[in-house]
Ligand binder design. Sequence first.
Ligand SMILES: O=P(O)(O)OC[C@H]1O[C@H](O[C@H]2O[C@H](CO)[C@@H](O)[C@H](O)[C@H]2O)[C@H](O)[C@@H](O)[C@@H]1O
Length: 273
Amino acid sequence: MNIQTDLTPRLPDGRWALFLDIDGTLLEHAAHPDSVSVSDDLRLLLETVERRLDGALAFITGRSIAAVDGLFDPLKLRIAGLYGLEHRLTPDGQIEAADEPADMAALADEIELELASQAVYVERKGPVLAIHTRAAPHLLIRATELVEAALARLPKGYRVIAGNAGVELMPLEAAKGAAIRRFMQLDPFSGRRPVFLGDDTSDENGFETVNAAGGISIRVKPQGETAARFAIADVASAIAWLEANFGAVDKQANRDDVMAASRIPTEASPPSR
Ligand SMILES: O=P(O)(O)OC[C@H]1O[C@H](O[C@H]2O[C@H](CO)[C@@H](O)[C@H](O)[C@H]2O)[C@H](O)[C@@H](O)[C@@H]1O
C-alpha cells in the first residue's frame, strides 16, 4: 500500500497504550550507534507520558535493553529489545534475555575481518547482528552479500532485514508486532487502544499489528510504501506530537499549534474526536 499522508491524528481522550521505536523516531540518527544522546527534556517527557498513561508505555526497539538503559539512564521503562527477543515487562522487573547462538559470533568475526577496517561497524547483539554502513555507504551491497551468505550457513529460522544505513541478521521470531501483542495482553496495556510510532522497515510489522488491533500506526519520515496509516515529518515533530497528546497537562494549551506544525499535507481527514 502506498503511504497515505493523512493528517497526524489528534488523539481523542481515551485509554491509549503507547509503543515507541527509538532510533529515527525519538532520536535523530547519528554516525555511530554510540554517538546518540538523550536529552533531559526527552527523559522528562517520557516520564510524564508514562505517568499520564498509567504505565501503558513501552519501547519497542532493535537495540538491546542494556544499550537502551545505558542511553536513557536513569530512566527505565517497559521495553521489548532486540525486536522482541528480550523483554522487561515492568520498569523495575527482570530482563528476559535471548540466547546467543554459538555460530553467530564466528559469522560476526568473519564479517568484521573484511569490513571493520573500512569504517563499517559490526554491532553484536547476541542473537541479532547489525552491520552499519552509514560511514561507508558504498559497502552496503557488500555487507548485504556477506550477511546473505551468513544466513545460508545458519540453521533455518533466521532472516535478513534492511536496517537504516545497514543490514541486520536475526531470528524469525524477532518481530516488533509480536512484542506489541505480548504487551497488549498484560496490565496496564490490556483493554487499551494501541498506538505505535516508528520509522523503519523493521517497524512495518508493528504497524500491521496495531492496525489489526484497531489502533493508530504512525511512520516518522516515510519515504516509500508503508502499512502505517499516518505520517509525521521528522523526529522533532514526533516529539512535539507526543508532547501535545501525552505531555504535561499545563502544556496542552499549545496543542493545536503543535499539531499544525507536525502535519504532512493530505487529502484525507483525521479521525474525529
Ligand atoms: O528499532 P530502533 O529503536 O529504531 O533501533 C534500530 C537500530 O538502531 C540503531 O542503529 C541505527 O541508529 C544508529 C544511531 O543513529 C545509526 O548509527 C545506525 O546507522 C542505524 O541503523 C542501533 O544501533 C541498532 O542496534 C538498532 O537495531
